[in-house]
Write a protein that binds this ligand. Structure first.
Ligand code: PAF
Length: 265
């Protein structure tokens, strides 16, 4: 990327099929930086499932319009060769990269970190914005930035939900009406867990609500310490519920802070 942009620059990395969630990332980026670059690149390295990769929705024209109307200065659609001109050096996401999403999507986070580092190298931003919906991804990107001492401030953006509570996702357009009703069940399960005042109760409520969502094949439904990704225990301060799984071949993921539990709350 060879552009004269006013500094500071914020990067909003995306894989396209932009929606209200991305719109909010771009707006947040705009509050921090003079120029906002939105990248659109469907990164093959982070897909362990070739169907999921080939079915990933593509809508560059609509994406460009949405990005520009949300405040993007430049919409960057790099080619594969621009991102990977030669065999890429894979960045390992380490042990935490092999938990939860990593168990079910082997190598996924190595692929994410590898592309994010390339996007950072090419766009040279001072800020980068990522959504909390992909909480493990956000955590690992922050860890990478710390470990490699990159001069980039990572900004986390809250999950945007539709009026039913369903977290915005590019994959939602592949849900039928009844799939969508099932998908809302994930949000309801998180909300239910969040009514609990003890860790054990929250865990029980989450797991039992998730197990009754019609057509949902869960990969995991857990309560974790959001600072370490260990399973939450009685001494955990910041407890977060995380859920992911499949509805009719569409992968869905969501999470929520458990506001009534955790020591010193
Ligand atoms: O969250 C995404 O859309 C992707 O994982 C990202 C960060 C753009 C890397 O390809």
């Amino acid at each position: 990327m060879n552009l004269k942009l006013e500094h500071p620059v914020a990067l909003v990395p995306t894989m396209g099929a932009l929606h209200a969630g991305h719109e909010s990332l771009i707006k947040i980026a705009k509050t921090e930086a003079k120029s906002v670059v939105v990248s659109i690149f469907v990164n093959p390295l982070q897909f362990e499932n070739t169907n999921d990769f080939s079915n990933y929705p593509k809508s560059i024209e609509a994406d460009t319009k949405l990005a520009e109307s949300s405040g993007a200065t430049f919409v960057w659609v790099p080619t594969f060769d621009e991102i990977y001109p030669s065999e890429p050096t894979i960045i390992s996401a380490g042990e935490i990269g092999n938990l939860f999403e990593g168990v079910h999507r082997f190598g996924h986070f190595d692929g994410v970190l590898t592309v994010v580092k390339r996007l950072f190298d090419l766009a040279n931003p001072q800020f980068a914005v990522f959504g909390e919906k992909d909480f493990q991804q956000l955590f690992l990107i922050k860890e990478m930035v710390k470990k490699l001492e990159l001069p980039i401030k990572i900004i986390s953006a809250p999950t945007i939900r539709d009026s039913s509570g369903l977290a915005m996702s590019s994959r939602n357009i592949r849900l039928s009406v009844s799939d969508r009703e099932s998908a809302i069940g994930i949000y309801r399960a998180l909300e239910l867990a969040n009514t609990a005042t003890t860790l054990e109760l929250a865990r029980t409520k989450l797991k039992s609500a998730v197990s009754t969502i019609p057509n949902f094949l869960p990969d995991y439904a857990e309560l974790i310490d959001e600072n370490t990704f260990d399973l939450a225990t009685a001494t955990t301060t910041n407890v977060r519920a995380i859920v992911a799984g499949w509805i009719n071949g569409v992968r869905l993921i969501d999470n929520m802070v458990m506001s009534k539990i955790g020591v010193s709350k």
